[in-house]
Design a binder for this molecule. Structure first.
Ligand code: ANZ
Ligand code: ZN
Length: 825
């Protein structure tokens, strides 16, 4: 192509992208600044990837493109930015590759990490690669073990025997958070119950703070906060103590959220695992049948005991309990729907006012006694009455509002020493033992004379051994002689190592802290460094981690705060869940065969096109439907910008001064100011990256249609600033064009353009105001006003108000710059 007789350089992303990537790398262009000045800090973070054998998928590309846009935008806006990347590199797939293909899990993982990093580099992401962290490296997991020991010292890591979730396919136990609807989060197998002795972290100690502090995070989506609240499941209620007549010492404590219904208790129910059950049934008729039932229940996952579709099964133990206030005797049952690990493992049956109890009582012919009545009318027949009302059949509490009675009865019980107010949580302690090889070994040794001994911090890391057998049957670590047999750090005698490794969610619960001080060889990180950067200011990643990773990281941060290691009490000030990437309406996934390969798109169009398409095609939290035509369109747009620069570069290099004379010059200047404002707001505040791109596109259109005889200075200004506005979206092409415009330093080191607010309001336009299609008035509004602003300004005018008097506005249609039509009657 020729322009004014000269040969015009073509846009070849395959050449300029690797070129600039290399320059950035050599210059450590995105190295985190040493914080010296008083400029504000900004911690931009994208969830780090698991280094799978497949490389990056479009979901990753979308996540990183957005995180990178924000990081680059903040840098240009004067923030000192930390923008690190790493790999969440322990995990089952490496081990499965070893079992299936005989490869070494470590090499397999390190190869994948290299590949992912290369692909990330090809996307032009502005990471500080000097801070790269891989959780499977001894330099990192040494401190994961250090932190485990810290938890252990603080009484927050303990070993306990109990029925745990077991995935038969993954051949390992799982935390409650990793069981979704009764299935394994990773492989979808139905989870079983198994009796094992395992390591736990005491996350329940933090349940209250994990709920309360959600209030301090206005920048978290309400939906995610709700999911965490529900998962933690805080319930306020009371513990009520029943005695067993004859057995003076024996008491049964129940947890109830409805102490107001105490007079309606007609039976008690114990969980099958309740420690009193065996004693109550011993020597009774049918005791063997009850024992068989208890054994069966112990192996059943929670869902198949409490699901609303599950039939309730119970047995009468034949024993009785005495009601704490009436002294009446009520039968004690055992039933599937009461769980041992919630509340006290025992409930008071109030069939008149609890749906589950109602079904149970109906089924077994137990009495139903009403103690709460609606204030007006009658309660419906044939079901539990669960709404509010007044107390009846409740002795001295008769006539009291039931909500008031909740506190009154609990207080009364407390005075009599028969109960107390308490809080129960759904949240269970975090089971962290995994019977797997490719994970962080738990730094514990078992010695016959000293018992459970933590490995001293100076001896860390306990390294993952290589002399293991992968037979797919047992934990490979148990086959390593060199690993299992060791000496006791306390007495020097023979000892055995713990062979369980830690849940990989532990690795990712503190990586954002390690980034702040990644080369520290003494401790996980220096508190001073962590405090410079924490909390993360913008965290972007998939919503599938709303409960898992985000909850665990919050827990870790609070523990480390308590240990004096970090001032922040929350790790992520702002969490942003990005939308999914779809193809033809379905989630892009290998199993559906609708995957578009990011690297193929880069080969063909370049990373800038891929990034621009992704940022432009949908709001960041919405679903993005992949479209080949859309990619083509983004590519054409970049070509257009490229040609614009080729066409005007000589002009820009001559640095003409803008005169702002003439209508066209004023108009282009105004469009430019308006675009700067819009892109700044959309990226910096509203996180509406797609509308920011369309604003820039409009600016480029305005430049294209700018007359050849209008002021050159304004044109040069618009071309140059358009490149700055585009820089955080499409970093390579803008870097190349910026140099073409005669600049020596990187476009990414330039300050973000500022706009002139006066230029925005100076120009006004006249708009026709129609009411029901007829022009009734002319209103003058700022030329830059958007639809909402036009509407509110016009509706506020006295003339319009009087025209609309007595009418209701049904609809308002705004055609910017031209007219506004108000439909009213
Ligand atoms: C008597 C009662 C009367 C109850 C009534 C409810 C309504 P949330 O809100 O989820 O905390 N419960 C207590 N421990 C249980 C366990 N281990 N397994 C199964 N159910 C248990 O639920 C608390 C209520 O669930 C408690 O209040 C108890 O039933 C039951 F009109 O006590 B309620
Ligand atoms: Zn599994």
């Amino acid at each position: 192509m020729f322009w004014r007789g000269g040969f015009v350089k073509k846009y070849v992303p395959q050449e300029i992208e690797p070129k600039w990537q290399q320059v950035w790398e050599e210059n450590h262009a995105y190295r985190t600044p040493e914080q010296v000045s008083d400029r504000p800090k900004f911690y931009a973070l994208e969830m780090f990837p698991y280094p799978s054998g497949e490389g990056l998928h479009m979901g990753h590309v979308r996540n990183y493109s957005m995180g990178d846009l924000v990081a680059r935008f903040k840098r240009m806006n004067g923030y000192q930015v930390i923008h690190p990347m790493g790999a969440d590199a322990f995990g089952l797939p490496a081990e499965n590759a070893a079992i299936q293909r005989g490869v070494n899990p470590r090499e397999w993982t390190l190869n994948n990490m290299r590949r992912i990093r290369e692909e990330q580099t090809r996307l032009g992401l502005s990471y500080d690669w000097d801070r790269y962290v891989g959780t499977c490296t001894p330099e990192y997991y040494r401190f994961t073990q250090w932190l485990f020991l810290l938890f252990h010292e603080r009484g927050l890591a303990y070993r306990k025997q109990g029925a745990v979730n077991w995935c038969p396919d993954c051949q390992t136990v799982l935390a409650n958070e990793q069981v979704e609807d009764g299935r394994c989060w990773r492989c979808d197998s139905v989870v079983e119950k198994k009796e094992l002795e395992q390591w736990f972290l005491r996350i329940t100690d933090y349940a209250d703070r994990l709920v309360e502090d959600l209030e301090k995070m206005p920048q978290w989506p309400e939906q995610v906060k709700m999911m965490q609240r529900n998962w933690i499941g805080r319930s306020e209620g009371a513990e009520v103590t029943f005695t067993i007549p004859g057995a003076a010492e024996e008491r049964i404590s129940v947890f109830t959220t409805r102490p107001d219904t105490l007079y309606g208790v007609t039976y008690l129910v114990l969980a099958p695992e309740h420690p009193l059950v065996e004693q109550l049934i011993r020597g009774k008729e049918g005791e063997e049948e009850v024992r068989a039932f208890i054994r069966e229940m112990k192996n059943q996952p929670e869902r198949s005991r409490t699901g609303s579709d599950v039939k309730k099964i119970g047995y009468d133990t034949g024993a009785k309990a005495r009601h704490p206030l009436t002294g009446e005797e009520v039968p004690i049952w055992v039933a599937n729907y009461v769980l041992m690990d919630y509340g006290t493992g025992a409930v008071m049956g109030v069939p008149a006012h609890d749906e589950r109890d109602y079904l149970f009582a109906e089924q077994y012919g137990l009495p139903i006694r009403t103690v709460v009545r609606p204030k007006k009318g009658e309660a419906p027949e044939g079901e539990a009455y669960t709404a509010e009302g007044v107390l009846v059949n409740s002795g001295p509490f008769d006539g009291m509002d039931n909500r008031q009675a909740i506190g009154a009865i609990a207080d009364h019980l407390a005075q009599e020493g028969k109960g107390k107010k308490t809080v129960s949580y759904r949240l269970r302690d975090w089971l962290i033992s995994r019977q797997r090889y490719w994970g962080c070994p738990i730094p514990i040794v078992y010695c016959d004379s000293c018992g459970t001994v933590p490995v001293p911090k100076e001896e860390l890391p306990v390294t993952v051994p290589e002399d293991v057998v992968f037979d797919g049957k047992s934990n490979p670590l148990t086959t390593s002689e060199s690993f299992v047999h060791t000496t006791c750090p306390a007495c020097g005698g023979k000892a055995r190592r713990e062979t369980d490794t830690m849940d990989t969610f532990i690795d990712s619960s503190w990586y954002f802290l390690r980034y702040t001080d990644p080369h520290n060889t003494d401790k996980p990180f220096d508190p001073e460094r962590a405090n410079q950067w924490m909390p993360v200011d913008f965290y972007i990643g998939g919503i599938e981690h709303a409960v898992l990773h985000l909850l665990y990281s919050r827990f870790f941060t609070k523990v480390l705060h308590d240990a004096g290691m970090v001032e922040a009490i929350e790790p992520f000030a702002h969490y942003f869940p990005l939308g999914m990437v779809l193809k033809d309406g379905a989630k892009m996934s290998k199993s559906k065969g609708n995957v578009v390969s990011p690297m193929e798109i880069i080969d063909r169009y370049g990373a800038d096109t891929a990034r621009l398409f992704i940022l432009f095609a949908a709001p960041p939290d919405g679903e993005l439907d992949w479209s080949d035509a859309g990619v083509e369109g983004s590519h054409r747009f970049l070509n257009r910008v490229w040609r614009m620069v080729q066409q005007h570069k000589e002009l820009v290099r001559s640095r003409p001064v803008a005169q702002l004379e003439g209508k066209e010059a004023k108009e282009l200047h105004r469009v430019l100011q308006q675009t700067i404002k819009k892109v700044s707001d959309d990226v910096g505040d509203r996180l509406q990256f797609n509308t920011a791109v369309s604003a820039i596109m409009e600016l480029i259109n305005a430049i294209h249609s700018y007359p050849a005889d209008a002021d050159r200075g304004v044109l040069a200004e618009a071309v140059e600033q358009a490149i700055l506005l585009l820089a955080p979206f499409v970093p390579h092409i803008t870097e190349e064009m910026w140099r073409e415009l005669g600049h020596e330093s990187s476009v990414h080191d330039q300050p973000w353009p500022s706009f002139d607010p006066e230029a925005l309001v100076l120009d006004e336009v006249e708009m026709a105001v129609q009411i029901n299609g007829k022009v009734r008035h002319k209103a003058v509004v700022p030329a830059g006003a958007d639809r909402g602003e036009v509407e509110s300004r016009v509706l506020a005018e006295e003339k319009v108000k009087s025209l609309l008097e007595g009418k209701t506005i049904r609809k308002v249609i705004v055609v910017p710059g031209k007219l506004i039509n108000i439909v009213a009657n």
